[in-house]
Design a protein around this ligand. Structure first.
Ligand SMILES: Cc1cc2ncn([C@H]3O[C@H](COP(=O)(O)O)[C@@H](O)[C@H]3O)c2cc1C
Ligand SMILES: O=C(O)c1cccnc1
Length: 356
């Protein structure tokens, strides 16, 4: 029996109930604590608003980050066979091996910053030998070609969201850094952006792994056709099922679960942000738990962040994904916590405050 939208929403009801954080008194106390630190008011700039965000997520004046988890969701895309990526689909499983062997960018950065790294097989077209660090949760062997049919069924979409939530529940800690791998997934992310924000597809479509010139025009044209093919898929769940992919759907579930547990959610680039966009249409309060690590050079990311009213911490010209931007921003979160916990106040340090 096929699942309809009403039963899909009913199946996810528990996950979609993310509470709003009401905390004006706490915010005022944290702001006062920051203002009493031995520095001119506001002089730590973006680090101060980051400290406020972390305090708000954790509901305490001195937030602490424990056992941060970098989770990279990987899956293949039927649409990749249409030539929307500069690389072949096999790179997805080959990079999963590389993540697990410790040689990928995110492996190096996670190691550097003491982030536990897990890789989730959300639907890679490859059979992996089990091993530590690999979480096998295949929904399918890659999504279907969205130009011909929905990338996944609604039932698969719901299963992926529930599975992503379950992965987060199984992991320790109070901070989740999201990463992804899936050849073709800048296409899925661009499609979701276009459908959910109403932006024109050419403003959402970028180079991904290096699709330039005429190939970029072709990619954009294919994505335009995919949108037309699924014109009826306007509901966020229907759009996610129609446009894909498995790793994005699992990240939607991971975001919903992490938000409900008040974990800090560290958002990476274009693709992870597209999952946050979908999750925010299902449960707007997830955005209160998100830290946007960077603005990617993928051309739609700036606009996607603007639509979410998100202020990224860094702009390093990255266009990689994997969670690399989240890992690079991680020390800023640690610094924000330390400023609140360890920095002296004018009174404690005996430093004269500014003249009234
Ligand atoms: C070697 C290699 C490593 C990567 N690590 C992340 N991605 C990134 O590129 C892909 C998205 O771009 P597109 O939509 O153009 O395929 C994703 O897998 C993403 O994480 C990589 C891509 C490649 C080739
Ligand atoms: O911003 C990203 O996440 C991104 C950009 C290009 C390719 N892969 C990922």
């Amino acid at each position: 029996m096929t699942m309809d939208l009403i039963s899909a929403r009913a199946a996810l009801a528990g996950l979609l109930d993310v509470a709003d954080l009401h905390d004006e008194a706490l915010q005022a106390r944290v702001q006062l604590a920051l203002d009493r630190k031995t520095k001119p008011q506001g002089s730590l700039g973006r680090l101060e608003s980051l400290a406020l965000t972390l305090a708000r997520i954790q509901g305490r004046e001195r937030p602490q980050l424990q056992h941060p988890q970098m989770v990279v969701f990987a899956a293949d895309h039927g649409l990749a066979a249409r030539g929307v990526s500069a690389f072949p689909s096999e790179v997805t499983w080959q990079m999963v091996e590389n993540f697990l062997a410790g040689g990928a960018a995110v492996s190096v950065l996670a190691r550097q910053h003491g982030l536990a790294l897990s890789v989730v097989d959300a639907g890679v077209k490859h059979e992996f030998a089990p091993r530590p660090g690999l979480i096998s949760r295949k929904i399918g062997w890659g999504t279907a070609d969205a130009l011909q049919e929905p990338a996944m069924s609604l039932a698969e979409c719901v299963a992926a969201i529930e599975t992503g939530a379950g992965v987060v529940r199984s992991l320790p800690g109070n901070a989740l850094l999201l990463g992804e791998m899936g050849i073709g997934n800048t296409s899925a992310a661009a499609l979701l952006m276009a459908r959910l924000t109403g932006e024109a597809i050419d403003r959402c479509t970028g180079r991904g792994t290096g699709v330039d010139g005429p190939a970029l025009v072709r990619k954009t044209e294919i994505l335009r056709q995919v949108l037309a093919r699924h014109a009826e898929a306007t509901d966020p769940l229907a759009a996610l099922a129609a446009l894909g992919g498995f790793e994005i759907a699992m990240m939607v579930g991971a975001v919903l679960q992490a938000a409900a547990e008040r974990r800090v959610i560290v958002v990476d680039g274009f693709i992870v942000t597209s999952a946050v966009l979908v999750a925010s249409r299902l449960a707007p309060a997830v955005l209160q738990r998100c830290v946007f690590s960077h603005q990617s050079d993928e051309s739609g990311h700036r606009l996607m962040l603007a639509r979410l009213e998100a202020e990224p911490l860094l702009a390093l010209g990255l266009r990689l994904g994997e969670g690399s931007g989240g890992a690079l921003a991680w020390p800023l979160l640690e610094s924000a916590c330390r400023i609140l916990a360890e920095m002296a106040s004018f009174e404690a340090a005996g430093v004269s405050d500014r003249e009234a």
